[in-house]
Design a binder for this molecule. Structure first.
Ligand code: SAH
Ligand code: SF4
Ligand code: F3S
Length: 474
C-alpha cells in the first residue's frame, strides 16, 4: 500500500528545526544527471543536516537518496540496477535503511518505482525536496512508502534553508528551473515543470553566502538559464545581464558563468555583457543539437542555423577570446545523411572547444518517440562516431592552441601527484602546475606549457605569487 502525501498541509508546515540535538544519522546521496541535480543533492544534505544526518561515502547508511536523471534511456536504467544492489544492503543492515528516490525519474515514474521496487520508502519529485523533513517524518510515523511528485505553488528555492555547506572555490547556484520550450525529444519540461525564475534578492543573498564560504567562481544554473527573468529588488523584472552585473559587484567573487543557455534567449544585452562584464568568463555552453534546419524544426527547437551563426558571430565580436561548447543529438527521427552532413559542416565552420554528443534516445511520452521514421541503431552509431571524431580533433586543437598562452587560473586544491597544484582555466580546463605553496581559492597567472587530452600543464608566471600568498596569509 502506498500513501500519496497530501501537498497542501505539507507545504504549509515549516521545515522541522529541532531544538534538541538530534541523534546522529548517516546519509548517502548518489547523483546522476546534470549540474542542477548535483546542486539539488547538496541542498538536500543542507536540509537534512539539522536533523542529525551527516554524509558518508558508502551506501551503508541510515538514509540513501538516489537523485536520478531521466534524460536518456540508459540514464534512467541506472536507477533500477542501483536499487537492486541497495535492497540487499538494506535487508542485511541491522539498523535498517531508508531509501529515497529523488530527481527526474522520480518525477516521471512516481508510483511505478514503488511497484517495481516496493522496498523504496520515499519517492520525491524534483520540486518537492524542500519538504524532506516532513516527508521523512511521514515515512517513519506512517510505516508505509510516501510519494510526493506534486509541483507545488510555492517556489522550492525560497523554502530551502540558508545553512549551506561550502562548495569550495567553484560553486553552483540555481537561479532558474524548468522549461517551456518542449523540444520534441526532451523530458525536461515534464520532469522539471514550467519555467520559474528565482527573485534577484535571494540569488544575491545566496551568492554572498557562497562567497563567504570560499567561492571565488559561481556558475549560475538553470535548464534554460538565459530565460531567467526574476524579480529585481526594485520590483521590476530583471534580465540575466542585469543579474550578472549585480553579482559582479560582490568583491571577492572573481568569476561568473551561466549554464545551460538556449539560442532563442541569447538577447542582445546578454551578448553585450560578455564585453562589459569583466567577471564573466569567456566560455559559453550553447547547445545547438543539429546543423540541419529541417531537423531543428522537427525538434521544435524554435531557432534555425542562421540564428545560431549570428549569435556566435556577435559573441565573438564582443569577446574575441570567447570559446564555445555545445550539445548534439544524432539520429533524431527522420535525420537523413544530408541532415547529418549539415551538422558536420556546422561543427567544422564553428569550431567548438568542447562538446557533448548523444544518440537520440526515445523517451516515452515525448512527441518524437512516436515518430515513424526512427533511425536504425547502426546508423546512429556510425554518425555518433564520425561526429565525435571531429569534436575530439577540435577539442585537441583548442587545448594545443593554449600552449604558450598566459592566463589566470583559479586553484582548487592539490593535484593528484605530490608537489602539484590543480585549478581551472577561464575555459574550465583543468590546469596543473608544479607548486606546493599555493592555496585553495587562490587565483594566479600561469603560462601553459603542455596540453593533454583533458588537462593543461602550466608554470606560474608571477614570481610574486608566493610573496603575495604569504601577504594574504599574514
Ligand atoms: N536545456 C538544455 C539541455 C537539456 S538536456 C538545452 O535546451 O539545450 C542536455 C542535453 O541532453 C541536450 O542538450 C540534448 O543534447 C541531450 N538530450 C536531451 N534529450 C535527449 C534524448 N531524448 N536523446 C538524446 N539526447 C538528448
Ligand atoms: Fe529540453 Fe529543449 Fe527545454 Fe532544453 S530547451 S530543456 S532540450 S525541452
Ligand atoms: Fe537529467 Fe533531469 Fe538534469 S532529466 S539532465 S537530471 S534536468
Amino acid at each position: 500500500m502506498t500513501l500519496t502525501a497530501p501537498s497542501r498541509p505539507l507545504t504549509r508546515e515549516p521545515a522541522a528545526t529541532p531544538t534538541l540535538m538530534p541523534a546522529p544519522r548517516s546519509l548517502h546521496v548518489m547523483t546522476w544527471g546534470c549540474q542542477m541535480n548535483a546542486y539539488d543533492s547538496g541542498r538536500m544534505a543542507d536540509i537534512l543536516r539539522p536533523l542529525g544526518y551527516a554524509p558518508v561515502a558508502t551506501p551503508d547508511a541510515d538514509l540513501v537518496i538516489l537523485n536520478t536523471c531521466h534524460i536518456r534511456e540508459r540514464a534512467a536504467d541506472k536507477l533500477f540496477s542501483e536499487l537492486g544492489r541497495l535492497r540487499t544492503l538494506k535487508e542485511a543492515r541491522p539498523g535498517g535503511m531508508l531509501i529515497a528516490v529523488a530527481g527526474c525519474v522520480a518525477q516521471a515514474e512516481g508510483a511505478e518505482i514503488l511497484a517495481r521496487a516496493p522496498y523504496v520508502d520515499l519517492v520525491m519529485g524534483s520540486q518537492a525536496y524542500h519538504r524532506l523533513p516532513v516527508l521523512l517524518e511521514a515515512v517513519t510515523l506512517g510505516g508505509v512508502p510516501v510519494i510526493d511528485t506534486d509541483f507545488p505553488a510555492e517556489q522550492k528555492f525560497e523554502h530551502l534553508p540558508s545553512n549551506q555547506a561550502s562548495q569550495g572555490p567553484i560553486a553552483f547556484l540555481a537561479i532558474q528551473e524548468g522549461c517551456d520550450k518542449f523540444c520534441t525529444f526532451c523530458v525536461v519540461p515534464y520532469t522539471r515543470g514550467a519555467e520559474q525564475s528565482r527573485p534577484a534578492a535571494s540569488i544575491l543573498a545566496e551568492a554572498s553566502r557562497l562567497v563567504a564560504l570560499g567561492a571565488r567562481e559561481i556558475a549560475l544554473l538553470g535548464q534554460n538559464v538565459n530565460a531567467w527573468h526574476g524579480e529585481g529588488p526594485d520590483g521590476k523584472s530583471w534580465p540575466l545581464a542585469r543579474l550578472l552585473a549585480a553579482l559582479a559587484d560582490i568583491n571577492d567573487l572573481a568569476r561568473l558563468r551561466y549554464t545551460t543557455s538556449h539560442p532563442r534567449d541569447m538577447s542582445a544585452d546578454l551578448i553585450a555583457a560578455h564585453r562589459s562584464n569583466a567577471k564573466l568568463m569567456p566560455f559559453l555552453h550553447l547547445p545547438v543539437q543539429s546543423g540541419s534546419d529541417l531537423i531543428l524544426a522537427a525538434m521544435n527547437r524554435r531557432h534555425n542555423i542562421d540564428l545560431f551563426r549570428r549569435i556566435v558571430g556577435e559573441l565573438r565580436d564582443n569577446r574575441p577570446d570567447i570559446a564555445l561548447s555545445s550539445d548534439f543529438i544524432v539520429g533524431f527521427p527522420g535525420e537523413t545523411d544530408a541532415d547529418f552532413e549539415a551538422t558536420m559542416k556546422l561543427v567544422a565552420e564553428t569550431g567548438f572547444a568542447l562538446a557533448y554528443s548523444f544518440k537520440y534516445s526515445r523517451r516515452p511520452g515525448t512527441p518524437a518517440a512516436d515518430a515513424p521514421d526512427q533511425v536504425p541503431e547502426p546508423v546512429k552509431n556510425a554518425r555518433l562516431h564520425e561526429l565525435q571524431a571531429l569534436l575530439r580533433l577540435q577539442q585537441d586543437d583548442f587545448n594545443r592552441a593554449q600552449i604558450g598562452q598566459q592566463f589566470d587560473v583559479l586553484f582548487t586544491g592539490p593535484g593528484r601527484h605530490p608537489g602539484q597544484f590543480a585549478g581551472r582555466s577561464p575555459y574550465l580546463q583543468p590546469v596543473i602546475v608544479d607548486a606546493t605553496h599555493l592555496t585553495t581559492g587562490q587565483i594566479a597567472p600561469v603560462r601553459i606549457t603542455a596540453a593533454n587530452p583533458n588537462s593543461l600543464m602550466a608554470s606560474l608566471t608571477d614570481v610574486n605569487t608566493e610573496l603575495s600568498r604569504e601577504h594574504q596569509a599574514a
